[in-house]
Design a binder for this molecule. Structure first.
Ligand code: MSP
Length: 513
């Protein structure tokens, strides 16, 4: 039986350079996608760019470019970023593609057919930067401007003819759904915010605009373009060849298992999107996870504060595995997390160079020197050897749970501990003192530690795929051997198989670097 798993990132606005926040959402989704593959799932991992709307049109105008040409350029930088971040995405969708146009038209028609769209006039506040409508009580005055209380972005007064979606009609159905499906919105704290928002009462939602043209036209009235969020959210279906619901992709992967998003766009994913799907008579995604913000030295990243961390620069200086590891370990997914260059350096030195890296390097060089670089024989294991391996194996179901609950930093901390224990086991067992005295015992110790390195590396593989691949390659594991199933196997290694060479895994970072 095939077990399918569909995971998505937000599709990013190609309005400027990608930053650390974008990198973070994508890395989180990639770690989950990679883990599910190791578990044997048939995974579809989608990312892409959200290219329509007033915000993009304005940016393109500022740059004296046609919106499509403008998007082509910046979307390409996001596509390149997927390579730089070493994402394992199976698809990259752009909302300017024809497959998406078809899918949005179908959603629109379904909402028309269900009687949930009507024509009226919108007058109210709109933030171009957030592409969001705000109520009077959601805005405040700041430095002479009206701004959104939550995002701080400037809002403007809009009055225009607009199609409306009968969102108010879905209030009760949404609340019932949240109650029955406890894990639909995670983390819990964010779910409570959403529930409160919906309980306060939902107003019908304006879903078309007439004051600009960069978007998908309303099929029956080309004066209007479809509201960019209705357009963008539909991308999750477009990638499955919707509206062809008999298509294998759609059948295998819808409803999505999880949408990974930032907390800033939770309302769109946890209120509007399910309501659109209710109206379109389509199943809802199983989970929406709204992660926290990445802060730079405790402050929100902004150009004026000069504290923007450019992922590409950081990767150039320190390496992609290093950045991935740091973000997943240091930021607790559901909360805001502060990152700094100093902490990044400490994390690389302590966890990667001194702990996991050191474990691998010292064991491999010991085997090279003392065992003709061959996998030593396993014999007469002692309690300490068996316990070391068993502790990790016994924890696998718990680790799978942590991933399934998106508890990524707890997951990583458990594994770091195994690596720490393995280093301690190596020290305490003193194989170097047994070279001539008891080579059989020395071999048993080395075999045990190699097995533990294998298991730790498989578990770390979704987070630091390049480095763990090097380690696993050294001990002769092929790609198909890298699986959670393999952790359960005893006697994996062929005795006498030669180890390959391993270059330095993680360079230590000088503090003045
Ligand atoms: N285009 C919409 C999403 C449409 S999804 C159908 C959008 N795009 S965005 O370019 O603004 O990117 C938003 C996502 O980037 C956020 O939801 C969040 O996941 C991520 N981040 C942007 N800045 C961030 C931080 N400082 N910290 C963490 N992630 C944040 O909204």
């Amino acid at each position: 039986m095939f077990k399918n798993f569909y995971i998505t990132t937000p599709i990013y606005y190609p309005s400027g350079k990608p930053h650390m926040g974008h990198a973070y959402s994508s890395i989180v989704a990639d770690v989950l996608a990679r883990f599910k593959r190791l578990e044997g799932y048939n995974v579809l991992f989608l990312t892409g760019t959200d290219e329509h709307g007033q915000k993009i049109q304005k940016e393109a105008e500022k740059n004296n470019k046609e919106p499509k040409i403008f998007c082509d350029d910046i979307s390409e930088t996001f596509r390149k970023l997927t390579k730089t971040l070493n994402l394992s995405n199976d698809d990259f969708i752009r909302t300017t593609e024809s497959r998406h146009l078809k899918s949005v038209n179908e959603i629109w028609n379904r909402l028309i057919n269900s009687g949930d769209i009507y024509l009226d006039k919108y007058s109210g506040w709109y933030s171009v930067s957030d592409e969001a409508y705000y109520d009077e009580e959601e805005i405040e005055e700041k430095d002479g401007n009206k701004v959104s209380k939550t995002s701080g972005s400037i809002v403007e007064w809009v009055e225009e003819e607009s199609y409306f979606f009968k969102l108010s009609k879905f209030q009760k159905r949404l609340l019932d759904y949240y109650q029955k499906n406890e894990d639909f919105i995670l983390p819990r704290s964010r779910k409570n915010e959403v529930v409160k928002f919906v309980e306060k009462g939902l107003k019908d939602l304006s879903i078309s605009r007439t004051s600009f043209s960069w978007g998908i036209p309303v099929p029956e009235n080309k004066k209007h373009v479809i509201y960019v969020w209705l357009d963008a959210l539909t991308n999750y279906l477009s990638a499955l060849n919707f509206p062809n619901i008999d298509d294998k992709k759609y059948k295998s992967f819808w409803p999505a298992d999880i949408h990974i998003i930032g907390k800033d766009i939770l309302r769109f994913h946890a209120v509007y999107w399910p309501a659109f799907l209710f109206a379109a008579k389509l199943p809802l995604p199983k989970r929406v996870y709204g992660h926290g913000w990445i802060l730079s030295d405790d402050k929100k990243m902004s150009k004026s504060l000069g504290n923007i961390l450019d992922p590409i620069e950081v990767i150039k200086d320190f390496g992609i595995d290093q950045l991935r590891y740091y973000l997943i370990k240091e930021v607790s997914l559901g909360n805001d997390g502060s990152i700094s260059m100093q902490n990044l350096k400490n994390c690389i030195n302590n966890d990667l160079a001194n702990n996991y890296g050191n474990l691998c390097q010292r064991v491999f060089s010991f085997i090279k020197k003392n065992c003709s670089n061959k996998i030593p024989k396993k014999n007469n294991l002692k309690d300490a050897d068996i316990k070391l391996i068993k502790n990790l194996k016994d924890k696998v179901p718990e680790l799978i749970d942590k991933i399934n609950n998106q508890n990524l930093n707890e997951y990583i901390k458990t594994i770091v501990n195994f690596s720490f224990e393995a280093n301690k086991y190596f020290n305490d067992s003193e194989p170097w003192a047994l070279k001539t005295k008891n080579p059989e015992r020395m071999n048993a110790i080395l075999h045990t530690i190699l097995e533990q390195i294998k298991n730790i590396s498989i578990l770390l593989n979704p987070i630091i795929p390049i480095s763990t691949k090097k380690v696993l390659d050294t001990i002769n594991l092929s790609d198909k051997d890298i699986s959670i199933e393999n952790i359960k196997k005893d006697d994996f290694f062929d005795y006498n198989l030669e180890l390959k060479n391993l270059d330095i895994l993680f360079k230590k970072i000088d503090n003045d670097n």
